[in-house]
Ligand binder design. Structure first.
Ligand code: NIG
Ligand code: FE
Length: 408
């Protein structure tokens, strides 16, 4: 299989690597002393070094660990302003919900984001994305949801897409018009749901800016019925749905999302056993967000043992946002997934590769196999589980994005 790929101009052999393919029955699908052949942006061959085909060019990994590019499958990294003052308020005992009810929280970021120009939004968001890329992230999901009007929701999604053109990363954009009720619709919720379904979403779809639709289903946000309206509108455009569900209370959002075939349900601290069963039946990915759990000092742990027992794929993400999770490090999140939520190190690696790809319905990445996109990362580490071990230490060596080697 390697022969045509090997001779194709620009083919590259990454030689002498310890490869975590994330495939097969063995831990991490490890290939010791292995090699990967990359051609035309894709993986053409993977196997032991002694069987490696020739290539146009070769890079010696010198025994380093090679993993799939990391995937951050849930972020809100396009926003203006910050919420540092709310962090201080929370340290003094004011709750996230109380801040939201008083018009702060998400709405305070909405005010700043509406006021920002598209270019200011782009330049303030870029350094956040760069922090992620510096840790071997090659695919990032970014949500709207700090506009809550047609114009600003579209502005956010455009900025997210522009980030993907200006940096070597794939950006998936999620429409989150149903993140909060804007002040001008506080007394007329149904009119806002109509605006989202009949104006904002269709305009964003028309511009080709929507890969998925999300909502925040919570007592302080959208009800089950309102969420169902949003989902119906999404499916009418053939766009898959996901949901912020069971973060602060058990509303049954996950069951609702599963009924609509959600690709992921995210947060899930308050998910009960029947909610887990609903996710299993719908093959929905559970995206856990320990950054928000940590920052909000939550006590309720997501039902990891039950998710495991029922075979629900678990992903982890930064949830990078200015309020509940100003976390710019997916490696830190992997550590938190282990220490706070009880994942194994291997589960944490799977959670930011294979399962994060599933949470975005991306079938061409997340593991290392022929035919997959050549999003690959070399680490100054001996074993993949060590990715979750240290805090504040970045073992990243170099990234290959669609086979292209990025400068270090
Ligand atoms: O995922 N839960 C709702 N949305 C975000 C928080 C957004 C914010 O506080 O600005 C989250 O945690
Ligand atoms: Fe979120």
């Amino acid at each position: 299989m390697g022969s045509t790929a090997a001779t194709s101009p620009g083919s590259l052999l990454i030689a002498n690597a310890r490869i975590a393919t994330m495939l097969g029955g063995s831990p991490y699908g490890l290939v010791e002393n292995g090699a990967v052949l990359v051609a035309d942006g894709n993986i053409a061959w993977v196997g032991p070094m002694r069987e490696a085909p020739g290539a146009h060019r070769q890079i010696d990994a010198e025994g380093r660990l090679l993993t799939p590019g990391l995937i951050d499958c849930h972020t809100h990294l396009v926003y203006a302003g910050d919420r540092a003052h709310e962090f201080e308020l929370r340290l003094k005992g004011v709750s996230y919900s109380d801040i939201a009810k008083a018009g702060g929280g998400i709405l305070s970021t909405v005010r700043a984001t509406r006021a920002a120009s598209e270019s200011d939004l782009l330049s303030s968001s870029m350094p956040r994305l760069d922090r992620l890329l510096a840790e071997g992230v090659t695919t990032v999901e970014i949500k709207s949801g700090y506009g809550l009007d047609v114009e600003t929701e579209l502005k956010m999604l455009r900025v997210a897409r522009t980030l993907g053109r200006q940096r070597p990363v794939d950006i998936r954009t999620t429409f989150l018009g149903a993140h909060a009720f804007p002040p001008e619709f506080k007394e007329n919720r149904s009119a806002y749901v109509r605006l989202v379904c009949q104006e904002a979403l269709p305009s964003a779809v028309k511009e080709g800016l929507v890969d998925a639709v999300d909502a925040f289903c919570e007592t302080i946000a959208f009800s089950l019925d309102e969420t169902a309206e949003i989902f119906k509108a999404a499916l009418a455009h053939n766009i898959p749905v996901k949901l912020h569900a069971e973060q602060l209370s058990n509303m049954g959002g996950a069951k609702l999302a599963a009924r609509y075939g959600a690709i992921s349900c995210d947060h899930l601290e308050y998910l009960d056993d029947s909610g887990v069963a609903a996710l299993t039946a719908a093959s929905t990915v559970a995206v856990l967000l320990p950054g928000a759990f940590y920052y909000l000092r939550e006590k309720q742990l997501p039902p990891v043992a039950e998710l495991r027992r029922q075979g629900v794929p678990i992903a982890l993400a930064t949830d990078l946002n200015p309020g509940s999770s100003p976390v710019h490090s997916l490696l830190t999140i992997m550590n938190m997934g282990c220490v706070l939520f009880g994942l194994t190190a291997e589960e944490s690696v799977r959670a930011v590769t294979v399962n994060a790809a599933r949470a975005l319905r991306l079938e061409d990445r997340g593991d290392i196999a022929p035919g997959r996109k050549a999003d690959l990362v070399l680490w100054d580490l001996e074993a993949p589980g060590h990715l979750a071990y240290a805090l504040g230490f970045n073992p990243h060596h170099r990234t290959f994005k669609a086979g292209r080697e990025l400068s270090q």
